[in-house]
Design a protein around this ligand. Structure first.
Ligand code: NAD
Length: 498
C-alpha cells in the first residue's frame, strides 16, 4: 500500500496572484502537481507565460509609487508584520511545504519560523537605508549618495525550500523599497502563493508582491523583461546560464545563488561527539540531501578515519526514512522520479567505476509503503576519489562521500578541488589552524566547530560556480539597492549680499 496524505490535505489549484487578483487558464498552460511521497496527482499548477509575466511586471510598476511612497517606518512595520503573519499561519504553511515537495515535517516545521526571522531582521533595515556624503575634487562642492530601489525586481526560486527563499529575497527587496515579481518553481509553488495571500491580508498593498508560478518560459520572460531592474535567482548552474543569456538583452544585474559541493574537514583533535552528528545531519539527512549547502564531501584525517566511519554508520542508522507527515521521519522522498533515478545512477556509476565503496544505502524501497514514492535510502560512500563524478557533481540526494587527507595542506587542496564554492566546515580545537584554513578555503561561508544555521544577519553566497551576490546582512539589502551620486557645486565664497 502506498503512503497517503492526511484527509483534506489536497493542494488543489495553484493559480497566479497578480496585482491582488487570482488568475487561472494562463498562456503557459497547466501541469499536475505530484506528491513525492506517493507519486500521485495532488493538485494542478497553472503556469505563467510571457503574457502573465508582463502583466505582473506592469502591476508591480503601478504599485511601486505606493510602496516607495510609504515612509520608511510604515514599510518597516509592515515587513515586521509579515514576519509575525508567517508565525501565525505556520501550521498551514508547514503542511503545504510537506505536500508540495515532500519535506519531512521535521524539516518543514522549521521553514516559516526561519523565514520570519528574515522579515524581522530586514524590517530593522527598512528605516536605515542611508547614503554617504563625500568630498569632491577637483571641482568644489559636495557629493552625496542616494541608495535607491530598482523599482521592480524579479525573484526566481528553486523548489527545495520555497519559504526560506521568500525570507531571503522578499524581505530585503521590500526593505529596500522594491516591488517584486516572484516566480517560484513550478514543482512547488503553493507555499509562495499562500504567503503572498497572507501578505495581502496583513495589509501589504496589492501589486507589491506578485507570484507567477511557471517553468522555463516564465523564467526567461522575467529575466529578459525590460521593466525588471534586477533578477535574484536561486537554482542550478545550467539554469543560471539561461538567466544570464536572457538578461543580457537589457544588461540586467543579477544575484545568483547556485549549487554546492561543500566540504567538511575533520581533524584528529576534533570533538567527534559534536562533529559527527552535525556532519551526518548536514551531509545527507537535512532536506533529504536536497540542500545547496549540504556538506556532501566529508574530508577526514587518515588517523581517525576508521573511528569516524564507525560513528557515521551508527549515526546514519538512527535516521528513519518514511512518511513525510510522521514526526519520526528524518529522510523523505526526492522531488521527482527523475531525480530519484539520477541519484541512484550516480551511486551506481561510482561503485562500478571504483570511485568509491558503498558502505550503506544506495538503493530505493521496492515494496511496502514507500515503494511508490521517490525515496533513496541514506547512502554513505567511503574511499571516494576526489576527482570522480560522485565527488564533483552536485547530487541533491541523501548521499555522503568520505575521503581522507594526511595534512592540512592536502585537506585544502581536496576541499578546493571543486568548481563550486558555497560552504565549508572545519572541525578542530586548534583555532590558529581553523582561522588559517578559513582564509585558504574557496567558499562563501566557513563554519568552525558548528553551524550558524544561515543567520539572516550574515552574508550567504558562493564562490566559483556557486554564484555571485549575497543574501543576508547588510550585503543582502545592498543587492536590492543601486547607488546614485548627486553633486552640488558650491562657490568658493559666500555671495555678496549687495
Ligand atoms: P532549477 O535551476 O531547475 O530551477 C530554478 C528555478 O529556475 C525554477 O523556478 C525554475 O522554474 C526556473 N527556471 C527554469 N528554467 C529557466 C529559464 N530558462 N530561465 C529562468 N528561470 C528558469 O533548480 P531547482 O531544481 O529548482 O533547484 C535545485 C538547484 O538550486 C540546486 O542546484 C541547488 O543547489 C540550487 N539551490 C541553491 C541555493 C543557494 O542559496 N545557493 C539554495 C537552494 C537551491
Amino acid at each position: 500500500m502506498a503512503l497517503t496524505v492526511p484527509a483534506g490535505a489536497d493542494l488543489a489549484e495553484a493559480r497566479l496572484l497578480i496585482g491582488g487578483e487570482w488568475l487561472r487558464d494562463t498562456t503557459g498552460g497547466a501541469q499536475e502537481h505530484l506528491y513525492p511521497g506517493n507519486g500521485r496527482v495532488n493538485g494542478l499548477v497553472h503556469l505563467a507565460g510571457a503574457a502573465e509575466v508582463d502583466l505582473a511586471v506592469r502591476r508591480a510598476h503601478e504599485a511601486s509609487p505606493v510602496w516607495r511612497g510609504l515612509t520608511p517606518d510604515v514599510r518597516r512595520d509592515l515587513i515586521a508584520r509579515l514576519g509575525r503573519a508567517l508565525l501565525e499561519n505556520a501550521d498551514e504553511l508547514i503542511r503545504i511545504t510537506t505536500l508540495e515537495m515532500g519535506a519531512p515535517h521535521r524539516f518543514a516545521q522549521w521553514n516559516p519560523s526561519y523565514a520570519a526571522q528574515w522579515f524581522a531582521y530586514y524590517a530593522g533595515w527598512a528605516d536605515k537605508v542611508e547614503g554617504t556624503v563625500n568630498p569632491p575634487f577637483p571641482a568644489r562642492g559636495m557629493n552625496y549618495t542616494l541608495a535607491e530601489p530598482y523599482g521592480v525586481v524579479g525573484l526566481i526560486t528553486a523548489w527545495n525550500a520555497p519559504l526560506v527563499f521568500i525570507g531571503m529575497k522578499i524581505a530585503p527587496a521590500l526593505a529596500a523599497g522594491n516591488c517584486v515579481v516572484l516566480k517560484p518553481s513550478e514543482l512547488a509553488p503553493y507555499s509562495s502563493l499562500r504567503f503572498a495571500e497572507i501578505a495581502l491580508e496583513a495589509g501589504v498593498p496589492e501589486g507589491v508582491i506578485n507570484v507567477v508560478p511557471g517553468g522555463p518560459d516564465a523564467g526567461a520572460a522575467l529575466s529578459q523583461h525590460p521593466g525588471v531592474g534586477k533578477i535574484s535567482f536561486t537554482g542550478s548552474v545550467p539554469t543560471a546560464r539561461r538567466v544570464i543569456e536572457a538578461s543580457a538583452a537589457t544588461i540586467k544585474p543579477l544575484a545568483l545563488e547556485l549549487g554546492g559541493k561543500s566540504a567538511n574537514l575533520i581533524f584528529p583533535d576534533a570533538d567527534l561527539d559534536q562533529a559527527i552528528p552535525l556532519a551526518a545531519t548536514f551531509g545527507l539527512a537535512a532536506m533529504s540531501g536536497q540542500g545547496c549547502a549540504c556538506l556532501t564531501r566529508m574530508l577526514v584525517h587518515e588517523s581517525i578515519h576508521d573511528e569516524v566511519l564507525e560513528r557515521v554508520k551508527a549515526q546514519v542508522s538512527t535516521y528513519k526514512m518514511g512518511d513525510p507527515f510522521s514526526e519520526e521521519t528524518t529522510i523523505g522522498p526526492l522531488i521527482t522520479r527523475a531525480s530519484q533515478e539520477r541519484v541512484l545512477g550516480l551511486i551506481e556509476r561510482a561503485e562500478q567505476s571504483g570511485a568509491g565503496s558503498l558502505v550503506m544505502g544506495g538503493t530505493r524501497p521496492t515494496d511496502g509503503d514507500l515503494a511508490d514514492g521517490w525515496f533513496v535510502r541514506p547512502t554513505v560512500l567511503d574511499d571516494v576519489d576526489p576527482d570522480s563524478e560522485i565527488a564533483q557533481e552536485e547530487i541533491f540526494g541523501p548521499v555522503l562521500s568520505i575521503m581522507t587527507f594526511s595534512s592540512p595542506e592536502q585537506a585544502v587542496q581536496i576541499a578546493n578541488n571543486s568548481r563550486f564554492g558555497l560552504a565549508a566546515n572545519i572541525n578542530t580545537r586548534d583555532l590558529s589552524l581553523a582561522h588559517l584554513l578559513a582564509s585558504r578555503l574557496d567558499a562563501g561561508s566557513i563554519r568552525i566547530n558548528g553551524h550558524n544555521g544561515m543567520s539572516a544577519s550574515a552574508p550567504f553566497g558562493g564562490y566559483g560556480e556557486s554564484g555571485y551576490g549575497r543574501e543576508g546582512g547588510r550585503a543582502g539589502l545592498e543587492e536590492f539597492l543601486h547607488i546614485k551620486n548627486v553633486f552640488i557645486a558650491l562657490p568658493d565664497t559666500l555671495p555678496d549680499p549687495s
